[in-house]
Write a protein that binds this ligand. Structure first.
Ligand SMILES: [Ca+2]
Ligand SMILES: [Ca+2]
Length: 456
C-alpha cells in the first residue's frame, strides 16, 4: 500500500538543459553525471574539464564527490564510476534527496515486490540477505529469495531483524520514513529508488526508469539495466502507438477501484488519481478512466474516495478491481491472487460477491459481465505498469490489441528478466475473467481451467 506523499519534489534542477551542449532528456540522478544526460561516461569528464577551465557552467550533478568544490578529484571519481571502482556513489534518490551508497554492495535487504524483482533482474539475487513479509509469503514467485531472512513488514520495521542480516544496503519500497530508517540502521545505506513513478506518458524520462538505471550503477550491472529498460520501453511504446489510433468518442470508459473497498459495503469506494500506476496503465491502453472528471484527479494523493452514488451514475463500460495479496504493512488479503495463487475459485467468488450487490446490479458493466479483477502484482511489480497495461489492453480493447499476447510479455519478463522457471500456463492467478486465447489457452489463469469457463 502506498502512503500519501507530495509529488512535487523533483529536485533534479533542469537548469542545465538550457545549455546547448546538454541533450534534452531527464538526467541520470548520479553525482558525476556532469553533462546531465542518461549515462556516466567520458563526456562527463570532458564536461567537467570545461567547468574547471570556465568554458561551461556548473551543473547540479557536477560535484561528483559532493565536497563542495569542482576539481580534479571529481574527475577521479567519474573515472572510478566508469571502471566500477568507486568507494562511494552519490545519487539523488526517488525523492530527489542526495544519498551516499557505499560500494561494493554485497548484502542487500529488499522491501516488497518491486525491489525483490529488480534485484533479480539485475543478476543480484545472491546478494539478498533479507526480505520483507510480502516477499517471504511469495514462495512461488521467489523460490530462492523467499528463503532468506524475513525481517517482517517494513511499514513499521523491526530494526534489530534488519541489522541481524548485516546489510550494506536497504532498498525501501515506500518513499516515507527514509530518514528514520537510516537513523535506526547505522552503517546501512537506505535507498528509495522511485520505482513507483513510471510516468507512462513519458516513461523514458520517468523516475522509474531512472531508478532502474541507478540500481544498475549501484550493483555494477549497467548493461543489464539498459537491456531491461529497452525491452520495457519498447512494449510501452507499442501499446501507446496502437492506442493512439482510437478516436476520442470510441474510448471505452473504465472505473478502477480497490477491491476491498468495492466489495465491503463501507459506504465508499476507492478509486485512483493520475499519479497512480493503475490509472496510468489504463490510460496507456487508450481508455478513459472515470476518475479523470474528479477534481482530485491531478492531485498529490494516490487514492480518491467516492460515494456508491457516483460509482453507479458513472456507469462505465468496464469495472477493474485491484487486488492485493500481501500488503506492505504485513497483511494477507483474500482473494488469493498473483504468482502464488493456483486456483481461480477464490477470485471468481470475489467477483460474484461484488456483482451480486443489489445496489450495483443495474450497472452496465455488471450486467454485461465486464467486471475484471486484477492482481496486485500489476501495480507493485518492477515493470512500472507494463504487464498490467498489457493485460488491461487485451481485456478492454480486444480488437485494437488483436495480436498482443500479454501472457507472452509476462512470461518473457519471468523467464528472461527475473530468471525464474515459473510457467504461466501452469500457475498464477492474475486476471479474472481471463483472456481466452483460443484452442483452450488462457491468459490470466492457468490453462487447465479453460473447460470450467466453457458454457454448460
Ligand atoms: Ca553523463
Ligand atoms: Ca568535488
Amino acid at each position: 500500500m502506498i502512503p500519501k506523499i507530495p509529488i512535487d519534489r523533483f529536485a533534479i534542477a533542469l537548469v542545465a538543459l538550457a545549455l546547448a551542449a546538454v541533450p534534452a532528456c531527464a538526467a541520470l540522478g548520479i553525482f558525476g553525471n556532469a553533462n546531465m544526460d542518461d549515462v556516466i561516461d567520458e563526456k562527463d569528464i570532458e564536461y567537467l574539464r570545461g567547468i574547471i577551465d570556465g568554458r561551461y557552467e556548473k551543473t547540479d550533478l557536477a560535484d561528483a564527490n559532493r565536497d563542495g568544490v569542482i576539481d580534479e578529484e571529481d574527475i577521479a571519481q567519474i573515472e572510478a564510476i566508469i571502471k566500477g571502482e568507486e568507494k562511494v556513489l552519490w545519487i539523488l534518490d526517488g525523492n530527489g534527496e542526495p544519498v551516499a551508497v557505499h560500494k561494493p554492495v554485497e548484502r542487500i535487504v529488499v522491501e516488497y515486490l518491486d525491489n525483490a524483482e529488480l534485484v533479480s533482474i539485475l543478476n543480484s539475487k545472491d546478494k539478498v540477505v533479507g526480505i520483507d513479509y510480502a516477499v517471504a509469503k511469495s514462495e512461488a514467485q521467489f523460490p530462492d529469495l523467499a528463503k532468506r531472512k524475513n525481517v517482517g513488514q517494513m511499514n513499521e520495521p523491526d530494526y534489530e531483524a534488519v541489522l541481524s542480516t548485516d546489510p550494506d544496503l536497504l532498498l525501501t519500497f515506500s518513499p516515507m520514513n527514509i530518514k528514520s530508517k537510516a537513523d535506526n540502521l547505522p552503517g546501512v545505506d537506505v535507498v528509495f529508488l522511485g520505482l513507483y513513478y513510471p510516468d507512462l506518458k513519458d516513461p523514458a524520462n520517468s523516475k522509474y526508469v531512472d531508478g532502474v538505471r541507478k540500481l544498475g550503477y549501484i550493483l555494477d550491472e549497467e548493461e543489464r539495466a539498459e537491456e531491461f529498460i529497452r525491452w520495457n520501453l519498447g512494449w510501452v511504446e507499442e501499446i501507446r502507438s496502437r492506442a493512439a489510433g482510437i478516436p476520442e468518442e470510441e474510448r471505452a470508459k473504465v472505473l478502477i477501484c480497490a477491491y476491498p473497498y468495492a466489495h465491503l459495503d463501507t459506504g465508499t469506494f476507492r478509486t485512483y488519481s493520475m499519479i497512480d500506476t493503475l490509472t496510468q496503465m489504463a490510460v496507456l491502453t487508450g481508455v478513459k478512466v472515470m476518475a479523470e472528471d474528479l477534481p482530485e484527479f491531478f492531485g498529490s494523493s494516490y487514492n480518491i474516495q467516492v460515494d456508491p452514488e457516483w460509482v453507479i451514475e458513472s456507469d462505465p463500460d468496464f469495472i477493474y478491481l485491484h487486488l492485493v495479496a500481501h500488503t506492505y504493512s504485513g497483511l494477507s488479503l483474500e482473494p488469493a491472487n498473483g504468482y502464488d495463487a493456483t486456483d481461480p475459485a477464490e477470485i471468481k467468488a470475489a467477483r460474484d460477491a461484488f456483482a451480486s450487490r443489489p445496489v450495483l446490479a443495474e450497472m452496465r458493466a455488471v450486467k454485461e459481465g465486464k467486471v475484471y479483477l486484477g492482481s496486485g502484482s500489476f501495480r507493485n511489480d518492477a515493470t512500472g505498469g507494463l504487464i498490467g497495461a498489457a493485460y488491461m489492453a487485451k481485456a478492454f480493447l480486444p480488437e485494437v490489441f488483436d495480436d498482443l499476447d500479454p501472457e507472452a510479455i509476462h512470461q518473457e519478463y519471468i523467464t528472461r528478466f527475473l530468471g525464474e522457471d515459473f510457467d504461466l500456463d501452469q500457475g498464477g492467478v492474475f486476471l479474472y475473467p481471463p483472456i481466452e486465447k483460443g484452442d483452450g489457452r488462457l491468459a490470466g489463469i492457468p490453462d487447465r481451467y479453460a473447460e470450467r469457463l466453457a458454457p454448460a
